[in-house]
Design a protein around this ligand. Structure first.
Ligand code: NAD
Length: 541
């Protein structure tokens, strides 16, 4: 058993990262060095080794990107071209992702510490989703000049001949700030609709793991997105804060923690600019005693350990009916203790995140960073001190269990005796930690599910469809899964909008509603001549 070194898997990733796009900012259609030349190191979570350094843009670099975006916005060519043409360019960017999945998945495996197989599967999803966004360009064109009123109306004094149509305009210059857990997916889910809608966009990926997002600059250049319409400025939270604070930025679309979401809302308030916030969660897995026990085990594992528990919709609260509690917990403990560690995510091509397909032969990846690791360890220590029972796991694995790699591993953990008002029940941990409570009645199950400030996703499992439906309808979350099998848990479809209730967010992503988030609805009120007359001469102005 040899220690992973730069001579094997990381070396290959470092070759990929020699490309210009992974070493420079993308501003005004060019790859440029950050003004003050600073860099941010990136670490391989499986070993803690530094393997790259990405440019650290500062407020001045953000200023350069804003100047480029203002110039593109004032030029107007981008906002005025048919959305279907913009959609075609986005579809070509999506194609570019598809053609480079192998490289991008190796980069994400190194950057996030996720198994290559999972990274490749999910990046395939980003490419498909990008094609969906591309196809919405034509839908947006068809939504322009939709008649909403004709020949007057009630209230006010409408003219005798009065034709009103709706249009959807782009918002202007938008700031896109993304998280690290699914780096390219999260970023492209913002970039694609923002651009299809006709905005000029500046992306600030996460400094913790944002390398794959930098490839979007190259794709934009390759497909011919006009200069200044799209920029990528890597950097830290101060870089993000400079983007949010700019008076020229009319909207910020953010994915990240609820704490940062609050700061972004505060910073946007003085200029009354728009925010779309995709934030944290503490999703509930409600399991009734009529559920098939093996299905319940598999779904619970998938729900809470996918991506090492580092997913906003991670089902980290198990709410189980009394009658099967002990049986389910024993089986879960057994399964958690058998899950092997993913020691080299870059080369992990067989396993990863598909507990459903592969039973409990899945792997548990390291968490993303030393600081996240420390945060989780402290959290577990505090939970123990507060009298919460560590049913299994609860600490860093023995070095020998992870081949002395020195990476950021945490044992998959189950906490029981968890009070409803404890941090273990209320706070997002973002690691492989499951907190358990039980219920006896349907009403109690709903109360437990709705007992945090979050509301991103939740699942109810039962073999009784009517009961599952009753409970699903009462759970307050943006996406609720009602299932007897667990199939489709955590699944997304580009046409199905998602977002958060409560502290989990503001606004919706995906679907036509997700595109509309990047537009302003405008009514144009015509009187004294017909719309047809106006259209006839439209292009002769
Ligand atoms: P984070 O809030 O620490 O950082 C996210 C991004 O915000 C980074 O790019 C960071 O540099 C930037 N940032 C930090 N402070 C800022 C500030 N004051 N102004 C502007 N930008 C700032 O979150 P994270 O650790 O990168 O991601 C994990 C979080 O993201 C979890 O809470 C998770 O639930 C959430 N998440 C939500 C979704 C969703 O769709 N709801 C998806 C993925 C992740």
């Amino acid at each position: 058993m040899s220690k992973i070194t730069k001579t094997n898997s990381l070396e290959k990733v470092q070759e990929h990262l020699k490309a210009e796009c992974f070493n420079k900012l993308f501003i005004g259609g060019q790859f440029v060095d950050p003004i003050d030349g600073q860099k941010i190191p990136t670490y391989y979570p499986a070993t803690g080794e530094v393997f790259h350094a990405l440019p650290k843009g500062n407020a001045n670099d953000i200023g350069s990107a804003i100047i480029a975006a203002e110039s593109a916005w004032l030029d107007g060519a981008w906002a005025n071209m048919p959305a279907s043409d913009r959609g075609d360019l986005i579809s070509r960017m999506a194609q570019g992702i598809e053609e480079n999945i192998e490289v991008l998945a190796e980069i994400e495996a190194a950057d996030v510490g996720k198994p290559f197989r999972q990274a490749a599967l999910v990046l395939g999803g980003a490419a498909n989703e990008g094609k969906y966004w591309g196809s919405l360009g034509a839908v947006l064109d068809a939504e322009q000049d939709i008649p909403v009123n004709s020949g007057g109306g009630v209230g006010g004094l409408p003219p005798a001949e009065w034709d009103v149509v709706y249009r959807r305009d782009p918002i202007g210059i938008v700031g896109l700030i993304s998280a690290w857990n699914y780096p390219l997916n999260v970023a492209f889910r913002k970039v694609a609709p923002a651009l299809v809608a006709g905005n000029c966009a500046i992306l600030k990926p996460s400094e913790i793991a944002g390398l794959s997002c930098m490839f979007l600059g190259k794709l934009a250049q390759d497909v011919g997105i006009p200069k200044g319409v799209f920029s990528v400025v890597t950097g830290d939270r101060e870089t993000g804060a400079a983007l949010v604070a700019s008076p020229s930025v009319s909207m910020v679309s953010f994915t990240g923690s609820s704490m940062t979401g609050t700061k972004i809302m505060e910073a946007s308030a003085p200029k009354l600019s728009q925010v779309a916030l995709e934030l944290g969660g503490k999703s509930a897995m409600v399991i009734f005693e009529d559920t098939d026990i093996e299905r319940a085990v598999e779904a619970t594992i998938k729900g809470c350990l996918t991506n090492g528990g580092q997913i906003c919709t991670a089902h980290t609260r198990l709410i189980v009916q009394e009658g099967i509690k002990d049986h389910l917990l024993k089986k879960l403990k057994n399964a958690f203790e058998k899950i092997p560690y993913c020691r080299d995510p870059i080369t992990e091509r067989q396993r990863g995140d598909r507990a459903w397909e592969n039973g409990i032969t899945d792997v548990i990846q390291p968490v993303v960073s030393a600081s996240q690791h420390e945060k989780i360890v402290n959290f577990l220590n505090e939970a123990k001190a507060a009298g919460i029972k560590i049913y299994t796991g609860g600490r860093v694995p023995d070095p020998s269990d992870v081949e002395n790699l020195g990476g950021y591993f945490i044992q998959p953990t189950i906490l029981t005796n968890v009070p409803r008002d404890s941090d273990a029940w209320q706070k997002e941990i973002f690691g492989p930690v499951l907190s358990v409570r039980s219920f006896s009645s349907e009403a109690e199950a709903v109360t437990e599910a709705n007992s945090t400030a979050f509301g991103l996703a939740s699942t109810v499992m039962s073999s009784d469809p009517a009961k599952a439906m009753r409970v699903a309808n009462r759970i307050r979350a943006g996406a609720v899964f009602a299932t007897s099998t667990g199939e489709g848990l955590l699944a997304e479809h580009p046409a199905v909008s998602r977002g958060g209730f409560g502290c989990s967010g503001v606004g919706r992503e995906l679907g036509i509603g997700g595109l509309h988030e990047y537009t302003e609805l405008k009514s144009v009120n015509y009187s004294g001549f017909s719309i047809a007359e106006a259209k006839e001469n439209f292009n002769h102005g």
